[in-house]
Write a protein that binds this ligand. Structure first.
Ligand SMILES: *Cc1c(COP(=O)(O)O)cnc(C)c1O
Length: 398
């Protein structure tokens, strides 16, 4: 036991020494375009609050009245006595929104992905997964016995080679994030569906960073790519654009969802979504389905930010998504830029190795419909002044 405790201390100290420890910003307000941080109001550019619904009055009101009508919790899993009519309604409304046959709710998208693959695939099958897929997909795949293949991110020649390598398998499943969170890149879904069709594979897309705001009606990357009827399985989260509380889902063909309800372990053995979260998510989905105002605002903010930052000479990963990586390369400089921006009243996060490749440290800016034009301009000015400060200290040091 002595060694055990000492080993853990050593591990933490090593992490601290290499600058790998993650700290947490203690927020003393609700989530929004601004948050309170250490008695200061700062602009927030690092939440997944794409549509600004995390503290939207309509969503909050729905969750509040749900406490009175439906109670705080259900103290049960879904199949024992944990399914209210509103859980059923949320699943139906998600199916209608995503234009799928059926949907099954989970406590999180992490759980949804964790409980998916094992139900559909065993040692006779093969799964072919993009190398940059989310951690929950990687873990979910680890839990199944299928043969595992990884292809270079968004590389269709490599995907085809891997598909060829597993033609003998009973079932083949190609798995991809709809949007890759560190770059804001979209998966080439039309080409993926073409290849999957050619090699008799099914397609699964995790659309957590797209559901609610990508595509003409916000239904996500399959809608944008025009392949809604060719994607077999969709997963997603209620914890980002769709209200931002928590919860996830798998949506797709009725038989797949029916099987998950019988066999998926995180669904069977973990508590049902709390009533206020279900009601708030229903309200969020109602807002998304009835108006494109928030989507329009979000697109406009992303466009404005990209335009102003490019004009100021910053190196952005090109794209249209509200995830906008501002590249600095060096991890220490990137960290100092983020710190200087916080001094200016703008909260952003620096990402460096091992979260992104070595030498590709960046600040990942995330726009929200809650931001105003003025907020976006303040953010850009903070980047400019932080760059000036950091370059100034480097020159002095040199
Ligand atoms: C955020 C995210 C998840 C996890 O969602 P939770 O509902 O918070 O568990 C899963 N997959 C992807 C691609 C994500 O971006």
């Amino acid at each position: 036991m002595m060694h055990f405790a000492q080993d853990l201390r050593d591990e933490l100290e090593e992490m601290a020494a290499s600058g790998a420890l993650k700290g947490e910003s203690l927020i003393s307000s609700a989530q929004g375009a601004r948050v309170d941080l250490e008695q200061r109001s700062v602009l927030n550019f690092c939440a997944n609050n794409y549509l600004g619904l995390a503290n939207h009055p309509v969503v909050v009101a729905a969750a509040k009245s749900a406490l009175d009508r439906w109670g705080f919790g259900l103290s049960s899993v879904r199949f024992i006595c944990g399914t209210q009519t509103q859980h059923d309604e949320l699943e139906r409304r998600l199916s209608a929104f995503l234009r799928t046959d059926a949907t099954i709710l989970y406590s999180s998208c992490f759980d949804a992905n964790g409980g998916l693959f094992e139900v559909l695939l065993d040692e006779r099958d093969a799964v072919i997964s993009d190398e940059l897929n989310h951690a929950s997909i990687i873990d979910g795949i680890r839990l199944c016995k299928a043969e595992r293949h990884r292809y270079r991110s968004r590389d269709m020649a490599d995907l085809e080679m891997r598909l060829r390598a597993c033609v003998g398998a009973r079932r083949r499943l190609v798995v991809t994030d709809g949007v890759f969170s560190m770059d804001g890149h979209l998966a080439p879904l039309a080409q993926i569906c073409d290849l999957a069709e050619r090699y008799g594979a099914a397609v699964m897309v995790d659309d957590s960073h797209a559901a609610g705001f990508v595509g003409p009606t916000g239904a996500g990357t399959p809608e944008l790519a025009g392949v809604q009827d060719r994607v077999d399985i969709l997963s997603g989260t209620l914890g980002k654009a769709l209200g931002g509380a928590s919860g996830g889902y798998i949506s797709g063909r009725a038989d797949i969802v029916a099987l998950l309800r019988q066999r998926s372990r995180p669904y069977l053995f973990s508590n049902t979504l709390p009533p206020p979260v279900v009601a708030g998510s229903l309200a969020a989905l109602g807002l998304v389905a009835s108006s494109s105002a928030e989507r329009g605002r979000l697109d406009e903010n992303a466009r404005l930010f990209r335009q102003l930052m490019t004009a100021e000479g910053f190196d952005l990963v090109p794209g249209k998504h509200p995830i906008v990586p501002v590249m600095f390369g060096d991890a220490a400089i990137t960290g100092r830029i983020a710190a200087a921006m916080l001094d200016e009243g703008v909260l952003v996060k620096a990402f460096s190795y091992p979260v992104v490749p070595k030498g590709q440290a960046r600040i990942r800016v995330q726009l929200s419909a809650a931001h105003s034009d003025a907020d976006v301009q303040v953010c850009v000015r903070a980047f400019v002044s932080a760059r000036g400060l950091v370059e100034g200290t480097r020159r002095t040091a040199a």
